[in-house]
Design a protein around this ligand. Sequence first.
Ligand SMILES: Cc1cc2nc3c(=O)[nH]c(=O)nc-3n(C[C@H](O)[C@H](O)[C@H](O)COP(=O)(O)OP(=O)(O)OC[C@H]3O[C@@H](n4cnc5c(N)ncnc54)[C@H](O)[C@@H]3O)c2cc1C
Length: 516
Amino acid sequence: MAVVPHTTGSAVEILPEDAHNARLLAQAHPSDWRNPVPRNPYNLVVIGAGPAGLIAAAGAAGLGARVALVERHLMGGDCLNYGCVPSKALLRCATAWADVRDASRYGVHYHGDLQVDFGAIMERLRRLRADLSANDAVQRFTALGVDVFLGHGRFAGPRALDVEGQTLTFARAVVATGSHAGVPPIPGLAESGYLTNESIFALTERPQRLGVIGGGPIGCELAQAFQRLGAQVTLLEADAHLLPREDAEAAAIVHQALGRDGVQMTVGAKIAEVARRGALKIVRYTDAAGQPGEAVVDTLLVATGRVPNVEGVGLEEAGVTYDRRLGVQVDARLRTTNPRIFAAGDVCSRYQFTHAADALARLVLANALFMGRQKASALTIPWCTYTDPQIAHVGLTAAQAEAAGLTVTTFVQPLHDVDRAVLDGETEGFAKVHVKRGTGTIVGATIVARHAGEMIGLYTTLMTHKLGLGALTQVIQPYPTQAEAVRKTGDAYQRTRLTPFVKKLMSRWFAWQRGR
Ligand SMILES: Cc1cc2nc3c(=O)[nH]c(=O)nc-3n(C[C@H](O)[C@H](O)[C@H](O)COP(=O)(O)OP(=O)(O)OC[C@H]3O[C@@H](n4cnc5c(N)ncnc54)[C@H](O)[C@@H]3O)c2cc1C
């Protein structure tokens, strides 16, 4: 491939500088990378190499299209570098700690000193992230036939994108620029200093006292992990309960679990200001009852939601309409207001998850390259918050169903009636499913369980294939598994189908049989 004598990547750094991060950089943004000479025009130009952009680029190249992929920072986007991957690596260590802490419940007593080596935990995180970066590497995508351009992409017109002094022209483009942490305008916050998901995984020393602003999925997962790993965590959430998007009963269980771990939580918190006292940060707030409170911490994490990356992309020049808060405006088929340009992932979706970015990118491929007519609204997208226990969800909650004018019947299977959960000592939680009243049509489901994320797929499969809840009774689950909780909600539904009329018929049948 022809190259231009232009080196990119020198400005990119990821802290701390060590062998693992050097390996990550060598794959995700090699400093000696030279952008190729554009092979204009491209069938597809993709801006952003997070999950959405990578899937779009690899898929299109695999089909034989001429593809350019533009990334200004690190291949892999938030998921690999500052999101799912490092957070789940950290959570695993926190779970290991909790398992040892709780081992005596199982008759396993440990009399040594339970110590957390925070430096080793963070090194493991960096090592595993570097290992996984091979999947998203510049070299891998180049081998797939994608022209990778490292640098900031900016539309120069409706069919052209500038990157590092070169212009790429295209028949179709995908905006997959993702999102970044939103930071609320709290007086004193900027001056006091804070971390976001882009800086917290660079820590090498454990904070003694960590303040977390925001009790959504990221805030809750990291609050629990840091508390378990030995920091004293204070979590402040503005809403009336943690995880405001979740079923309230499910969120209450996670609230209790975090409380048991020692996280100090205030819901309904209004933060007035953050002040600095020496190395400490003082967060002043009022609670739901209007009572003033103060959290004194040495480190502050802001996790108050995500903001789509729409600035500086030249969307105006391309005729792509967007909203600073809601992101790129797309129609049902993910086409923007420029019919040649599509969008996928966090930049245009309220489902800000890696698997959603992946699914939307696949849909864009069909619609952008092959005049497909697939609709994003037809997708069934589950999600999971990986606290311990986890909350996994798909579809609507009962409250959302009601707001949408749907009358539902709800079946709940508590885990304390599921053999495997009893044997595992993990009885906290439930499987809850809502069906349209009088039918088996599932409108939504929530599972709270230690491995809820592994279980929600059963409901998701039924919803995706428009199978009713009764179909579960035909699925044989291995015994004993916690997934039996899901099957049992199917049994509960099936029992409701035994109407008085059917019961009467049955009793006649049995009477006849006895008399033969
Ligand atoms: C702490 C944390 C934990 C998470 N955990 C999970 C989880 O467990 N499961 C899950 O499903 N999701 C999780 N997520 C969400 C997940 O990371 C995102 O939904 C996913 O990364 C979105 O993918 P994307 O491709 O849309 O955007 P991104 O991953 O944000 O990638 C966008 C890319 O575009 C690049 N870019 C932006 N503008 C330009 C430009 N002008 N030119 C060139 N490049 C540009 C960016 O540098 C970035 O690399 C988590 C997120 C965070 C922050």
